[in-house]
Design a binder for this molecule. Structure first.
Ligand code: G3I
Length: 378
């Protein structure tokens, strides 16, 4: 637990006026007036700037490529990418590589290669890992979604999967997104889309947490979703569900907000209140997939004003987490536009991460770093 958490406006304003600057230390404007180029070296990187006990993470791209992006797996083949990944972050989340589709492609075959690589990389770089994800309605393999299984068989399939995957990385994963996106916008369980809830009923959710806990008693087990950056129908539904589960002593330890934001909409001002509500229920909280997309001008290049607005959103999301005692894990969904999911899923939108495709830091990077440095002082 940390005892600081006051972010002042002054440093933020400074950070938001910074231009785009190349990643080399000598080009970093926050160091331009230092007498020694090493004066602030310890706090230059996001992971070092963070207060003790607070991890700063990123999704790890890899395991295939997006439509129209003809890249080989960046995690294994992009040296610059790996360098920044190791230097800047203290937590990593496989963006796709632990999802059913990737890790369990055939009923009797697991593919652990990519997930193993990420967990090994994390250990070598003294990073923690967020496991993502075990029970979801999306990115399930065809053999599962289209298979003809009895309820008993399906239950066995899920139990074995959780025991196998969680068990394989036992002791090496800090937080698991056990259940991902189980409610819709109106706060109704996804009883049609989610194969597990549809076929086995809502009781399967508690079982998934129990099995994960048996397989790795040390991992913190989370509910994770988007559209939960406010006190709203969805967060009300989670609140009630989790309260009930904890009464029954189901091992639920955390609630996390993905935070896929867009400058089309205002910043979700209820984020801190929402996180605090779960904190007060005795849960850990986290921001797990932050990015801030925007409508790109015809040139494809964001304007200075757009980048400043984006930096402001990043900083506000971080500040909300820093302000809540049990929010000790803050993850962005990729750090370079080079591999971001956004342009593939949202036509005309992009520039959602904190670095350009050439790894040039944007104002959002500096806003995060300043906010972390400031929090460290308190
Ligand atoms: O691996 C294949 C590759 O072989 C193929 O050539 C290529 C083109 O068709 O597709 C590749 O798979 C893509 C995969 O990303 C890997 O890049 C899938 O089509 C694509 O659908 C998949 O998108 C992922 C998306 O989840 C799917 O729902 C994104 O990368 C990933 O960022 C995104 O992450 C989700 C979180 O898990 C949950 N929260 C929301 C978040 C954003 O949607």
């Amino acid at each position: 637990m940390r005892h600081f958490r006051f972010i002042t406006a002054a440093f933020t304003a400074a950070a938001l006026t910074l231009p785009l600057v190349a990643t080399s230390a000598s080009a970093d404007p926050s160091r331009g007036h230092q007498s020694s180029p090493h004066a602030h070296a310890r706090y230059d990187r996001l992971r070092q700037a963070a207060p003790d006990g607070f991890v700063v993470g990123t999704a790890v791209a890899g395991g295939g490529h997006h439509l129209e992006q003809d890249y080989p797996d960046p995690f294994t083949s992009d040296k610059e990418y790996r360098k920044v990944l190791g230097q800047q972050f203290s937590s990593v989340s496989p963006e796709n590589q632990m999802k059913w589709e990737y890790i369990h492609p055939e009923q009797n075959r697991y593919n652990f290669a990519m997930a193993d690589d990420i967990v090994d990389f994390a250990e070598r770089h003294h990073q923690v890992v967020r496991g993502h994800t075990l029970l979801w309605h999306s990115q399930n393999p065809t053999w599962l979604e289209e298979g003809d299984f009895s309820d008993t068989e399906l239950r066995t399939i899920l139990r074995k999967h959780i025991k196998t995957v969680v068990g394989r990385y036992a002791g090496r994963i800090q937080q698991w997104d056990v259940a991902n996106e189980i409610f819709d916008e109106a706060g109704n369980l996804r009883t049609e889309e989610n194969i597990w809830i549809r076929e086995l009923g809502p009781g399967i959710i508690a079982d998934a947490f129990r099995w994960a806990h048996e397989a790795d008693p040390k991992a913190k087990l989370f509910f994770n979703d988007y559209g939960v950056e406010d006190v709203n129908a969805k967060t009300d539904a989670y609140y009630e569900l989790i309260k009930g589960l904890r009464k029954q002593r189901v091992p639920v330890h955390g609630f996390s907000s993905q935070a896929h934001l867009s400058t089309r909409y205002g910043f979700p001002g209820g984020l801190e209140d929402s996180l605090r509500r779960f904190d007060e229920l005795g849960l850990e909280t986290a921001i797990t997939e932050l990015d801030v997309r925007m409508d790109l001008p015809e040139s494809g290049e964001p304007t200075g004003a757009q980048l400043r607005q984006q930096a402001d959103y990043y900083q506000q999301a971080l500040s909300a987490c820093l302000a809540v005692d049990g929010c000790d894990s803050f993850t962005i969904w990729g750090f370079t536009d080079k591999y971001s999911w956004v342009p593939v899923f949202f036509e005309g939108e992009g520039s959602a991460t904190v670095m350009t495709g050439e790894f040039v830091r944007k104002p959002a990077f500096f806003a995060l770093r300043s906010a972390l440095q400031e929090a460290r002082k308190h």
